[in-house]
Write a protein that binds this ligand. Sequence first.
Ligand SMILES: NC(=O)c1ccc[n+]([C@@H]2O[C@H](COP(=O)([O-])OP(=O)(O)OC[C@H]3O[C@@H](n4cnc5c(N)ncnc54)[C@H](OP(=O)(O)O)[C@@H]3O)[C@@H](O)[C@H]2O)c1
Length: 243
Amino acid sequence: MDIEGRVAVVTGGGRRVGKALALSLATAGADVFVHYNSSADAAVEVRDEIESFGRRAAVGSVDLSNPAEAPQLIDMAREALGDVSILVNSASGFATDTIEDVTLDGWQRSHDLTLVSPVFLTQAFAGALPVDDEGAVINVTDVRTMTPYLKHFSYIVAKGAVDTFTRAAALALAPRIRVNAVALGVILPPPGEDAAYVESLAAELPLQRVGGTAPVVEAALSLIRNDFVTGEIIRLDGGSHLT
Ligand SMILES: NC(=O)c1ccc[n+]([C@@H]2O[C@H](COP(=O)([O-])OP(=O)(O)OC[C@H]3O[C@@H](n4cnc5c(N)ncnc54)[C@H](OP(=O)(O)O)[C@@H]3O)[C@@H](O)[C@H]2O)c1
């Protein structure tokens, strides 16, 4: 797919990984709808930055912990920028819980935000895609689905289902829509942690460094552009899956 002139929706596009993905899509020539939940000012800054280099952009808020609201995002983006060809599901929770203390509410919330909303956003995206157009979806998942965290139990189980969702949607929506994922390792410090924390984690990796957002962006753009790849999950993890 040629990204130039396409409309992309990026969930959680106001900050961190989502922001990097939104800016990179715009740099590649897309017009971008920047979704946010609580980071309104940050999302507006991303919109302004995109407009400053000559692309169209708009912002909109939907609380993705309520999946019933998720499809509205596609309507909002179409109204602002036109038909949407690229969907990036980056927004997520990162709940701290274990199998011993997780509550039904906490489990439900993790799944609603991390899994169920991306599913129904993708359904809305596919339903709105013009019949003569092609589409690309990128899910943002976590390399630790293969070696699960014990202290982010509901989150990592939901991300594991995102991996399966990626493959199932790729099969169901082919050939017009390709669905791929990027699985992140040590990319940025998690909320509440500093650079020293991730540097200590990175020291244990085969590649011995923190990823930053550049490798994520490069993989996502490549998956969107490459018309013969679907159902693929690319690990950006500095080799952690090898150890
Ligand atoms: N950072 C890493 O090293 C790393 C590692 C593994 C996987 N990942 C995955 O990469 C993606 C981005 O990570 P990140 O570290 O940039 O995320 P983050 O800092 O945890 O930010 C979460 C994002 O999700 C949005 N969000 C949270 N609650 C929401 C809600 N109820 N409704 C709608 N949006 C909501 C936030 O939007 P607002 O700020 O507007 O509220 C924010 O943009 C996530 O899928 C994450 O699981 C990241």
